[in-house]
Design a protein around this ligand. Structure first.
Ligand SMILES: C[S@@+](CC[C@H](N)C(=O)[O-])C[C@H]1O[C@@H](n2cnc3c(N)ncnc32)[C@H](O)[C@@H]1O
Length: 462
């Protein structure tokens, strides 16, 4: 018993060290966290307040869904997804069932957080033996030749930023920024994208900002990592994140490899500030010269930087199904549905711009967080029809098959009338390889509530 108490004290002290925004945990709460009795377990973090215990985390506030948006989705998605829509709809309408991923930050000390996550029943989404080691392209050190690439890069900050609206995050001091003042002879922590997930809808608390310290983890929908895995960033590459705020995927890229340059572009000033804060909270100051923020309209970015980047991510503005479903008024819902009709044109322009910015032989990943085929497959198809030197690549074997244990994938195209939709995460028997090559779609399903997320990878021919 005394050993157990000691363990709990250690746990508690680590919890405080990490700086969660939460009041004191009780003995009871720790016991609750460590049992794995069922889906509600993760929600039982309690705080003593007076004589009553109340749940402080995990439960989302009840929010009503917007009927206009739901009606629209019912009409469109029952056609596009067939029987998959009923179960996806049930997940989207039940925020209590939503899962959350915890992406670790390799630039901070993560040992204590790993222990806590494991003790609460979290496990890694990308064990080193499978997808992460295959897909993450980094090595632990930056070689001389890679530094040369950076020196020669038009984005070397000593020669000025790619455009005049470039912002360098103003980062406070922390362990790495002190250790890594010299850009010529450092080695970074080994690149590895580590994301912890829980089998149940357990929301891990967010971490408070602590001046001078890097955050240890970032909470996200784990499906957001898939476009980054598809990008396959390697050490020394030049990478453009064309639509970057608030910066979750930029952070994931930095967990995967040590690019010579990561240009994070975001034209919206408010969101750009948010992006800069994210970068500041997670990345050491020594990376300021290679992780830069730019403020261009993504539609014209390609023209200003033709053939410059090895990899470009277009995580496009889209009709974010999860959040749009909870539009706060019918007017907002109506407004968004109008906006929805305009999005494919903008998305196609962004994708074209990305294909101009990427070098011959380089790769563009296009992603959205909507199930809508007109913002997904159709955008890719439209752009490819007028771009003979761009070729879509098949992500089914590379991503959907190895990760089907966690995510429900559908490669189906819109025009199936509900008849040929494969079961999620099964080999697509009735879907032509043509459509499969245009992208894969993560459809939220009970027990695999990640998504929506569409991703497509396009290579520019040499
Ligand atoms: C889906 S969000 C990106 C999320 C981000 N990649 C992440 O992982 O945190 C799309 C972003 O595109 C930005 N955006 C909108 N119009 C744009 C444009 N014309 N060019 C570039 N970005 C644009 C939006 O302001 C928004 O921040």
């Amino acid at each position: 018993m005394s050993e157990l108490k000691l363990l709990i004290n250690q746990f508690y002290s680590a919890w405080r060290t990490i700086g969660f925004k939460r009041p004191k945990l009780t003995w009871t709460s720790l016991c609750s966290c460590n049992c794995h009795a069922g889906p509600e377990v993760g929600l039982k973090l309690r705080v003593k307040k007076g004589s009553s215990n109340k749940v402080i985390k995990g439960r989302k506030k009840e929010r009503a869904s917007c009927q206009q948006v739901l009606d629209h989705f019912d009409q469109q998605y029952s056609q596009e997804l067939g029987h998959l829509w009923a179960s996806a709809r049930a997940v989207l309408l039940d925020p209590h069932s939503w899962q959350y991923g915890v992406m670790l930050n390799r630039f901070s000390a993560v040992t204590d957080i790993t222990q806590i996550l494991r003790s609460q029943g979290f496990s890694t989404l990308l064990p080193q033996t499978d997808a992460s080691s295959l897909l993450c392209g980094g090595s632990s050190t930056v070689s001389n030749s890679e530094q040369q690439v950076e020196k020669d890069s038009p984005h070397d900050t000593s020669k000025g930023p790619p455009n005049d609206s470039h912002l360098l995050p103003n980062i406070t001091s922390h362990a790495f920024s002190q250790d890594l003042q010299s850009e010529t002879s450092y080695s970074l922590p080994h690149p590895s994208l580590q994301c912890y997930i829980h089998p149940y809808p357990h929301r891990f608390p967010s971490q408070a900002h602590r001046p001078g310290q890097l955050k240890q983890y970032y909470l996200l929908n784990a499906a957001s990592l898939l476009p980054v895995l598809a990008l396959q960033v390697r050490d020394g590459e030049k990478v453009l994140d064309l639509c970057s705020a608030p910066g979750g995927k930029a952070l994931a890229i930095m967990q995967c490899a040590n690019p010579a340059l990561l240009c994070c572009n975001e034209p919206d000033p408010h969101r750009r500030n948010w992006l800069a804060k994210t970068l500041e909270s997670f990345l050491p100051r020594s990376l300021n010269s290679r992780v830069i923020v730019s403020a261009q309209d993504g539609r014209s970015f390609g023209q200003t930087e033709v053939g410059t980047y090895d990899k470009v991510l277009v995580d496009a503005p889209c009709s974010n199904d999860r959040s749009w479903l909870y539009s706060c008024s019918s007017q907002q819902g109506e407004h968004r549905l109008k906006e929805r009709t305009r999005l494919p044109a903008l998305q196609a322009q962004l994708l074209r711009s990305a294909l101009t910015a990427v070098r011959p032989g380089g790769v563009v990943v296009y992603s959205t967080c909507t199930l809508s085929s007109s913002e997904n497959y159709s955008v890719v198809e439209t752009v490819l029809n007028n771009c003979p030197d761009a070729e879509p690549e098949d992500l089914w074997e590379e991503i959907a098959v190895p990760l089907s244990k966690y995510f429900a994938f559908s490669p189906a195209h819109a025009d199936h009338g509900g008849e040929t939709v494969p079961k999620p995460s099964l080999q697509p028997l009735n879907v032509s390889s043509y459509h499969q090559r245009h992208g894969i779609l993560v459809v939220p399903q009970p027990g695999k509530t990640w998504g929506p997320m569409f991703l497509s990878r396009i290579r520019r021919r040499k």
